[in-house]
Design a protein around this ligand. Structure first.
Ligand code: COA
Length: 279
């Protein structure tokens, strides 16, 4: 197998019923992120982002891991041996696809099927929603091998956890299971392993019924407003909606029409019927 083929194999994806299932595919290495995987993941995200046959992206892992974080050999030791330029390049590759995923055009769901360590908190946070197997294991393991949780992991712990929990998590390196991760707010829900895919498919189905321009505007807004004052957020949200109208001015009018004129649905309870929208 050529090096290019090996690199391409580090990530697999299928698209079915408008859901793109993207998989970390280094199960023998517990899906840890090598430079090759990071490059390939960006290519896969590129390929899926504007496809009409996919409305939601799910990120999961082959085998027993979601992702065991950065590849200690290929990402850290091998690049460090090549010097600063190689280190910076491999950081750009990793941080690049996480950033791309944070601001992805389509809503994204992390389906955490197993181990999730350190650097894997980057893509975990990048996904808009996260569902975990109850027996998945999460940890900021960096302290166990002698570094701080870098690559955004410390920021993510502070963003998603309380101060005390973030501190304990970072300093002890102890793992928590999916149930505790849900209790702490690291993921939305934890489910028995055999129900995980079914639940994620159902949530994806809910998102697929919504107006895609409104979804993109809403997910970006949730990420952006956290660092704004109330007045700045108010202004941003006015402008974000007006910008969304540029791409889809008919959707919200159709939603209002189906409710006010037709009484065909109740927006408090479900989405309008997109299929009847004139573009
Ligand atoms: N970097 C490099 N190699 C890794 C890795 C990582 N982050 N995680 C797993 N691997 C490799 C192992 O070296 C091993 O390779 P080998 O088969 O060539 O010897 C293979 O993946 C399987 O790992 P193993 O430890 O035998 O699997 P396990 O199921 O018993 O344990 C983990 C799974 C995730 C608990 C364990 O692999 C681990 O602690 N990994 C490191 C987690 C971590 O600290 N990540 C860094 C975060 S930045």
């Amino acid at each position: 197998m050529t090096a290019a083929q090996q690199e391409a194999d580090t990530v697999t994806f299928t698209v079915a019923e408008k859901i793109a299932w993207v998989r970390f595919n280094r199960p023998d290495k517990r899906n840890c992120m090598s430079p090759a995987l990071n490059r390939q993941m960006l290519r896969v995200l590129d390929e899926i982002e504007y496809r009409d046959d996919a409305g939601v992206l799910v990120l999961t892992g082959e085998g027993t891991a979601w992702s065991a974080g950065m590849d200690l050999k290929e990402y850290f030791r091998d690049t460090e041996a090549q010097g600063l330029a190689a280190i910076r390049e491999s950081q750009r590759e990793a941080y690049g696809w996480w950033r791309r995923l944070r601001w992805y055009q389509k809503p994204t769901i992390a389906m955490v099927n197993g181990w999730c360590f350190g650097g894997a908190y980057g893509p975990l946070f990048a996904c808009d929603l996260a569902f975990a197997a109850e027996d998945a294991q999460f940890g900021l393991s960096e302290i166990n091998w002698g570094i701080l949780p870098g690559g955004g992991a410390t920021k993510i712990a502070r963003e998603l956890l309380s101060f005390r929990r973030a501190m304990y998590h970072a300093l002890t390196g102890e793992t928590i299971d999916g149930r505790t991760a849900a209790k702490w707010g690291l993921v939305n829900e934890a489910l028995p392993r055999e129900q995980l895919e079914e639940r994620v498919t159902a949530v994806a189905g809910i998102l697929l019924q919504k107006n895609p321009i409104a979804l993109k505007a809403a997910k970006d807004a949730i990420r952006r407003v956290g660092e704004m004052t109330y007045d700045n957020a108010e202004d941003y949200l006015v402008r974000a909606q007006e910008a969304a109208n540029f791409f889809d001015n008919e959707g919200r009018k159709e939603g209002i029409r189906q409710f006010v004129d037709e009484k065909a649905f109740k927006p408090g309870l479900a989405a309008y019927d997109k299929s009847r929208q004139r573009s």
